[in-house]
Design a protein around this ligand. Sequence first.
Ligand code: SF4
Length: 420
Amino acid sequence: MSVSAAQKKSDFPHLWDWEVPRAAYVHIPFCRRRCFYCDFPISVLGDRLWGESSGSIVQYVDWLCQEIGATPNSVTLNTGLSSGASLKTIFFGGGTPSLLSPAQVHRILEALAGQFRLDDAPEVSMEMDPGTFTLSQVQGYLQAGVNRISLGSQAFQDDLLQQCGRTHQVKDIYEAVDWVRQAGVQNLSLDLISGLPSQTLAQWTESLQCAIALEPEHLSAYDLVVEPGTVFGKRYEPGEFPLPTDDLAAQMYRTASEVLRAAGYAHYEISNYAKAGYPCAHNQTYWRNGSYYGFGMGATSYLQGQRFSRPRSRVDYAQWLTTYLQQEGRVDCPVTSPSDRLFETLMLGLRCAEGVNLKTLSQQSDRPLLDLFTDVLEPDRIKGWVELTTEGTLRLTDPDGFLFSNSVLVSLWETLSGLE
Ligand code: SF4
């Protein structure tokens, strides 16, 4: 191989060369009860059980550690490289991970460290719900290695929280933030939801301002999605009262962007805002369409082009795990096709303010994307939804491009489909 060819390969690894995963998602599927908008794979525990007092949690932690221990720790790349690279990010999502005891979190982290090794300073995030933990619990999680906490606050009005079936009240959010800070957490994220039934623009603005006043390093502002099969899905029709009209939902989105940016948060992804230096590194792996491990009920992993989702029910997950252990961690499922991987990379990359560089992506995918997309995107550029720089970076504008991202993506998808 000539020097220039070797250099080209290292500068622009081919889009189909699967990198070594450096991120791990761990699903903790327990909640006190099910929120009215939630269709996540969870088991409802009620108000009393948590940690070692729950046989279900004890058994699940065993299963998780077995799954982690059976997962191959080195990945042979298409380039011929082989590596058991250490994990840079770990994310305990749920569910309500704060229903685990610190000892259980410690045990899972030990299993991950034993199998994959951890970076010197990994980002270890944990989702927690107000009202489900104490100060000493947070201190225990930190001792176990957690260093980033994402708090499911959702709204700062008790009536809205109650109408969503949340188990916490506004006072619990303040208490939770107080404990998280007392314990020494320096990387705190708050989640908020817009578009709730009967939520007004004034209430949404108030929630944003209350969240800002708590000075989190990171904020996620999600728009409610009404999923079929949920309580909300049975009660309400999207776009009809008491859910907001499309216009009101768009106004809420614009308000979040305006208010949070004015408060010093960078709008770095469609639904995510961060102070300088505090974007969520784990989620950035997803948005860059990188590889990652997934563990637990309903969790998805993306390894060597195989995107694999585990069963979403406890019984089915337990059965699947038995087979997985017998097969020593092998999973057979189709590898993502080149055109799907390309579209996913575009779709996920455009969620981020930094956008995607079409020149680089053209070299990685062997497709002349800049030429293909320039004319197609012209109407969206005139509407002010996209920007295409002279360096070839394509990005959605904030807020209108983010708001109409689906329309932009349809144009890109149709263009790519026409190549097949
Ligand atoms: S706390 Fe989260 S995971 Fe649990 S039911 Fe509510 S929305 Fe779903």
